[in-house]
Design a protein around this ligand. Structure first.
Ligand SMILES: Cc1cc2nc3c(=O)[nH]c(=O)nc-3n(C[C@H](O)[C@H](O)[C@H](O)COP(=O)(O)O)c2cc1C
Length: 356
């Protein structure tokens, strides 16, 4: 193996990373299963307290001695409410009424937890750290480097990839327009940052930085195409949501397994940030209230009781069903088996390409 390669630096066998999936799917069991299978699992720390992140890291380490990553949100955090919240509160009061929940309250937004969360990561020293929504300060990047942690940052345009390379990340995660859940866009227009995964991968790889392709990749053939476009590894989210080790609500797993064609939409309805998911009642209802949506994380906090109640009741209409454009091709396999199948399909696709 090329000793400069990203896989070598991460200490993993296969070029497959299970995406960090905040809000439940990325359990320590999922992370450990993917790492044990020779890929790399990634804990989603952004919505967790420092104590919870510490606990999850310990749990992964109890399950595997293999390398894994931890992920945080490095930006995009608006401490406060950026507009009159009355219209959104009124709408949520209606929804709560229908779901039999107490009236919603205006969320109190604590200061950005990133620095306290990062301290836990620095102490625990996982093999890798990934981030999205921005770029950590030069000081934070220096501390990560000093701790010997491989750092991966998320870009949705070639320009963001360059900014990340300038901040000396070890690799850029090229998050294409097809990707499930939140867009990592942190500079420029959201609309201009909807670049298809393979296009973005090739564009960022051409700048010379190692690339991890992410977005809409569901099988080994997709992985082969991403590697052929210049990626050194891939990061799959939606493909891992239905795994038994995933902590996603059963109704959410079923929605992905039942998805047809490419019917996902990008919405700010649930969190205040653009994110891709399967269209449902809440997204449709919010279409006429786009101007009233609060910023992230206020909108996310405000809709949390609704989402939690919907998950508990198996009510898909009011749950964030995050999924990439490839959702219809998701399979229900244990995580380690999914990694094995992806690797087999990748080898087949590469052999077929070599033979032609
Ligand atoms: C349910 C879900 C939650 C996600 N949470 C995070 C997160 O916390 N941090 C992050 O960097 N990316 C997160 N992502 C985005 C992934 O890193 C990745 O870009 C995306 O899953 C790739 O597209 P795919 O879902 O089509 O594979 C999430 C994706 C999903 C599906």
């Amino acid at each position: 193996m090329d000793t400069d390669s990203l896989l070598h630096r991460l200490g993993i066998e296969h070029p497959i990373i299970a995406a960090p999936m905040g809000g439940g799917p990325s359990t320590p069991e999922l992370v450990a299963a993917v790492s044990e299978a020779g890929g790399m699992g990634c804990l989603a720390g952004a919505y967790l307290t420092p104590e919870q992140i510490d606990g999850e890291i310990r749990r992964v380490r109890a399950l595997t001695g293999r390398p894994f990553a931890v992920n945080l949100f490095a930006g995009g955090y608006h401490a406060g409410i950026d507009r009159d919240p009355a219209p959104m509160l009124a709408l949520m009061r209606e929804v709560h009424g229908e779901l039999g929940l107490p009236a919603p309250e205006l969320p109190a937004i604590p200061p950005d937890p990133f620095e306290a969360q990062l301290r836990v990561v620095l102490d625990a020293r996982p093999a890798a750290f990934s981030f999205t929504f921005g770029i950590p300060t030069a000081d934070a990047m220096g501390r990560l480097r000093a701790a010997g942690i491989v750092v991966l940052g998320t870009a949705t345009t070639v320009e963001e990839g360059r900014m990340l390379a300038d901040a000396s990340v070890d690799a850029v995660i090229a998050q294409g327009a097809e990707a499930g859940a939140h867009r990592g866009t942190f500079t420029g227009d959201f609309d201009a940052a909807m670049v298809p995964t393979l296009e973005l991968t090739a564009g960022i790889a051409a700048t010379g930085v190692p690339v991890v392709a992410s977005g809409g990749l569901m099988d080994g053939r997709d992985v082969a195409a991403a590697l052929a476009a210049g990626a050194q590894a891939v990061q799959l989210g939606t493909a891992f949501v239905p795994c038994p080790e995933s902590g996603a609500a059963e109704v959410y797993k079923q929605a992905i397994l039942a998805a047809v064609d490419d019917r996902t939409v990008v919405t700010r309805a649930f969190s205040g940030r653009h994110a891709r998911g399967i269209e449902n009642d809440f997204i449709q209802r919010m279409r006429t209230h786009a101007g009233d949506i609060l910023s992230f994380p206020a909108q996310n906090t405000l809709t949390r009781p609704m989402r939690a109640a919907a998950a508990k009741r198996g009510e898909a209409g009011y749950l964030s069903l995050w999924a990439g454009t490839g959702a219809a091709r998701a399979r229900r396999l244990p995580a380690a088996e999914l990694v094995r199948v992806l690797v087999d399909e990748l080898r087949e696709a590469q052999a077929a390409a070599g033979a032609s």
